[in-house]
Ligand binder design. Structure first.
Ligand code: KG4
Ligand code: ZN
Length: 338
C-alpha cells in the first residue's frame, strides 16, 4: 500500500510517499526557517502563505522521486493538528482537493502520533513500547500499547522541551530555531564542566549547575530551568554570560536530558516495559541521545532525518492507524487525545 503524506503544521512544507508504513519511497521537505529567522520565530501569517505557494511543487517532487503518479497512490494522509491553524488548513485543503479529484481515501493524522511513527520508517520496530516525544510545542511520555492505541502518561505542565531550548538559545543570542544551535555549542564542552542538581543554581569551581523540577507522576516542567538561566545571566552580566555560554548551554542541556530520562526510567520500571523510543525534533539532541543510549538497552532513536517535521511519518501513521475522514474534516490547533 502506497500512501502520499502531506505535512504543513508549522514551518516545513513536506510531502512523502511511504510503502506499507515503513519503506520511504520519497520524502521532500521545504524548510521555511531561513525566512522566519530574522524575526526570531515563526510568523504564522507568512508560514501559511509560503505553504500555499510551494505545496503543489513539493507534492509533485515527491511523486517524481518515487516515480509514481496520483493513480498509483492508494491513499492521501495529511496532518490535521495540532499546529498553526493557517498552516494546517493549507495542507488539509490541498489533501481534500486531491482526494476528491483522484477519488482517493483521505486519512487525517495527529501530528504527535506521526512523530511516534517516524520510528517505524526503515525499521521493524513493533509496539508495545514507551515513547518520549519532545518537540517544539509538546513534551509527552506515551505508552503505545498497540499500533493504534496511544496512551498519554504525562505531559509538560508549562514549556515544552523544544520551547525551553529555543528560549534559552535566544538568551544566548543564537539564531532561530535555537535547539540545534544550542546543542552545537554544548558539544564544544567536552569535560565535566556542567551538571544538574535538584535544589538551586550554583557555580562551583567553574561548573554550572541548574535545578531539575520535581513534578508529580510522569509530568515535566521546564520553565523553572529556563528562568534559572535568565537569573544566571542577570547575575553574571551580559559579557561574562556570553563568554561562558558554551558551559551554560551544556549544563542546561544535561538537565533537560536528565529530566526526560528520569521520567522515562520511572515509566519503564512501573509499566515493566523495556522497549524505549524517542521522537520529535528534540530527539536529535546529542546529550539526550547519548544519555538514553547509556541507560536503556532496548532503545530506538529515529534517524536525524525523521526527528523533525516531515511527511513520511504522516504517511506511516496513516498506514498503522487508518481512520479515514471525509471532506468535512477540520484542522485543530491544539492537542486532542483521540
Ligand atoms: O518536532 P519538531 O521539528 O517540530 C514541532 O512539532 O514542534 O521540533 C522542533 C523543536 C524546536 O524547538 C527545535 O529547537 C528543537 O526541536 N530541536 C532541538 C534540536 N533539533 C531540533 N532541540 C535540541 N537539540 C537539537 N539538536
Ligand atoms: Zn513536529
Amino acid at each position: 500500500m502506497k500512501i502520499l503524506g502531506i505535512e504543513t503544521s508549522c514551518d516545513e512544507t513536506a510531502a512523502a510517499i511511504v510503502k506499507d508504513g515503513r519503506q520511504v519511497l520519497s520524502s521532500q521537505i521545504f524548510s521555511q526557517t531561513f525566512k522566519h529567522q530574522k524575526w526570531g520565530g515563526v510568523i504564522p501569517e507568512f508560514a501559511s502563505r509560503m505553504h500555499l505557494e510551494i505545496i503543489h511543487e513539493i507534492i509533485h517532487q515527491a511523486l517524481e522521486k518515487a516515480n509514481l503518479n496520483f493513480q498509483q497512490i492508494d491513499a492521501i494522509a495529511v496532518t490535521q493538528g495540532p499546529g498553526l491553524m493557517g498552516s494546517l488548513m493549507v495542507g488539509l485543503n490541498v489533501a481534500k482537493l486531491l482526494a476528491w479529484i483522484y477519488r482517493k481515501t483521505l486519512i487525517p493524522v495527529n501530528h504527535l502520533y506521526g512523530h511516534v511513527c517516524a520510528n517505524f520508517l526503515g525499521t521493524q520496530l513493533e509496539p508495545p513500547f514507551i515513547c518520549l516525544l519532545a518537540s517544539g510545542g509538546h513534551t509527552q511520555l506515551i505508552h503505545l500499547q498497540n499500533y493504534c492505541d496511544m496512551k498519554i502518561l504525562g505531559s509538560s505542565l508549562d514549556d515544552a522541551a523544544g520551547e525551553a531550548f529555543d528560549k534559552v538559545a535566544r538568551l544566548m543570542q543564537l539564531k532561530y530555531p535555537g535547539g540545534p544551535e544550542l546543542d552545537a555549542l554544548a558539544q564544544t564542552v567536552t569535560n565535566k564542566e556542567a551538571s544538574c542538581e535538584i535544589e538551586s543554581i550554583s557555580i562551583v569551581n567553574g561548573q554550572y549547575k541548574f535545578p531539575i523540577a520535581q513534578t508529580q507522576n510522569y509530568d515535566f516542567s521546564f520553565s523553572g530551568l529556563k528562568t534559572s538561566v535568565l537569573r544566571l545571566k542577570e547575575k553574571l552580566g551580559e559579557e561574562i554570560f556570553m563568554q561562558e555560554r558554551s558551559k551554560i548551554a551544556k549544563a542546561f542541556q544535561e538537565c533537560i536530558a536528565y529530566s526526560l530520562l528520569n521520567k522515562t526510567l520511572k515509566a519503564s520500571r512501573e509499566l515493566g516495559l523495556s522497549k524505549i523510543v524517542l521522537a520529535g525534533g528534540v530527539a536529535a539532541n546529542s546529550s539526550i541521545r547519548a544519555l538514553f543510549q547509556e541507560n536503556f538497552e532496548n532503545i530506538f532513536l529515529p534517524s536525524l532525518e525523521f526527528c523533525g517535521d516531515n511527511a513520511a511519518m504522516i504517511a506511516s501513521a496513516a498506514y498503522f492507524c487508518p481512520q479515514p475522514g471525509d471532506y468535512s474534516l477540520e484542522a485543530f490547533a491544539r492537542f486532542q487525545n483521540s
